[in-house]
Design a protein around this ligand. Sequence first.
Ligand code: PGA
Length: 239
Amino acid sequence: MRIEAFPDDAWAAAVAARWIRRLHAQPDLVMCLPTGATPRPVYSMMAAAVIAGTVSFAGAQVYLLDEFGGLAPDDAGRCDAMIDRHLVGRIDLPPGSLHKLDPDAVDIDAEAARYGAALRQAGLDLTLVGIGVNGHIGLNEPGSSAESTARRVELASSTQESMRRYGAGHSAAWGLTLGMAEILQSAEVWLVATGQSKAAIVAAALKGPISSAVPASLLRQHPKASALLDQSAASALGG
Ligand code: PGA
């Protein structure tokens, strides 16, 4: 796995520049994107680039990585609300090109299977994932195997805790997520992490054992995965 660290104040611009180059090379890029706090400054830069006319999402497809269950449809902490606020509502992605998981589906298992099948059919070119303090990616909590597919999951307490930062009306106990299998099938994966609070888990994921105990570590088995870190998140990696 390629590891790249950037000065804290240059990280977002570096990730955005790479993404813009990727979209220029392949305007019909099929992407899977996360929500949460980490990608927000990158999303702001992408929105500014669209407004400036230097990049376009008009030909792209976006699949949302995960979704919380049991929240009101208008809850600000829902992933679909966050992606709309921070990216999709500010760029030129056509409405039909955003794909998401429906946590209000009557049959949740069927909804997860539908999404997994749609993704396999579309074929992901690029997947961005953040990392939870417990090593999760998407909502693949510790214990998720490399073979796990899109499914309903129960949330770890640290994941429920992090929802407060998202302005959620209340915590969700469960969610829907792409599985490790779909993430690992993406042609390219970028793990993004910033800040001192992620330093220990980033070191565990990138230097510790490859194990489903730390799902992010499974990305090291991917032939084209990169960790794009700021110096703070990279600070426990050593030389
Ligand atoms: P964060 O979440 O970007 O809000 O820290 C990352 C994650 O839990 O996957």
